[in-house]
Design a protein around this ligand. Structure first.
Ligand SMILES: Cc1ncc(C[n+]2csc(CCOP(=O)(O)OP(=O)(O)O)c2C)c(N)n1
Length: 258
């Protein structure tokens, strides 16, 4: 079986943008899940908010819905509630879901809605040319922080564990194979699956060199069912950025209880 997930739309991301790698990882993840019989192509619905990340829908030959800024999550929750047989994925940005539409993210986790949320986290509002978001690091200089940000960034993984998400992961867009595998695990998981995807914006906040030097993967023995261990594993004292599946437990989903 060979899926035709590409479209005729011309890619309009900046040449070399890591969003391309997220797109390819997702297409491959869906293809492999369909080939193994775990998923049916016609049963997938993807949504996105507004931003560079949202263009991903133009390049996916599947059922898609482009929501308002920060509103991909309620759109996809509605789709899932109306037809729980569907597999739903919301692509969102850090501006879209950690700033603009944050409460939707929190409440989807609180409900353990059986949705997948993949955040293209470039630590800025990229499409509008580089304003600070909730994950911009302290000292970040951009259009809205000309003298450097004085705020500490939020930790989206800890926030989602606190809110009740039952699958919490982080990956790096440049690590295609690992990103694909984490996406497959997220889609297979029953309940709220959340992946923060570090996605350098090569035009307005190029963090590729930082990630090249500072990524570390969770050790083999990491216990994904231990919330306390998962919470503490998101940060390391040496400043390295841990990646992988931090937390995963099975609890009743919103749709099962509805
Ligand atoms: C309600 C609303 N507020 C603001 C905007 C303007 N706007 C369009 S794209 C965008 C930035 C999106 O940033 P992010 O969600 O981080 O996605 P990225 O472009 O970084 O992928 C903004 C602020 C909008 N379209 N709608």
């Amino acid at each position: 079986m060979s899926l035709q997930l590409g479209t005729y739309a011309k890619i309009s991301w900046c040449p070399g943008c890591p969003n391309n790698q997220i797109l390819v990882a997702f297409r491959k993840a869906v293809t492999e899940l369909c080939e193994s019989g775990a998923l049916k192509e016609e049963n997938i619905v993807a949504a996105a908010g507004i931003g560079c990340h949202a263009k991903i829908l133009d390049y996916l030959n599947m059922n898609t819905f482009n929501a308002l800024h920060g509103r991909a999550i309620p759109a996809i929750e509605g789709v899932k509630a109306a037809n729980p047989a569907l597999t739903v994925v919301a692509f969102s940005g850090d501006g879209d879901s950690y700033s603009e539409g944050l409460t939707h993210l929190i409440h989807a986790a609180q409900r353990n809605s059986d949705i997948n949320v993949f955040i293209h986290d470039n630590q800025i509002f990229a499409l509008t040319t580089g304003q600070a978001t909730a994950t911009s690091p302290k000292g970040f200089k951009g259009l809205t922080r000309p003298s450097g940000s004085i705020e500490e960034p939020i930790d989206p993984l800890r926030m989602m564990m606190n809110a009740g998400a039952t699958f919490v992961a982080r990956t790096y867009a440049g690590e295609f194979e690992k990103t694909k595998e984490i996406m497959k695990a997220a889609i297979a998981h029953k309940g709220m699956s959340f992946i923060d995807i570090a996605q350098p914006c090569i035009t307005f906040f190029d963090t590729r060199d930082f990630y090249k030097d500072n990524i570390t993967w969770l050790p083999e023995g990491h216990n994904v069912t231990d919330l306390d261990a998962a919470y503490h594993a998101t940060k390391q004292s040496d400043g390295k950025i841990p990646m992988g599946i931090f937390y995963q437990v099975e609890t009743p989903t919103f749709e099962q209880q509805l």
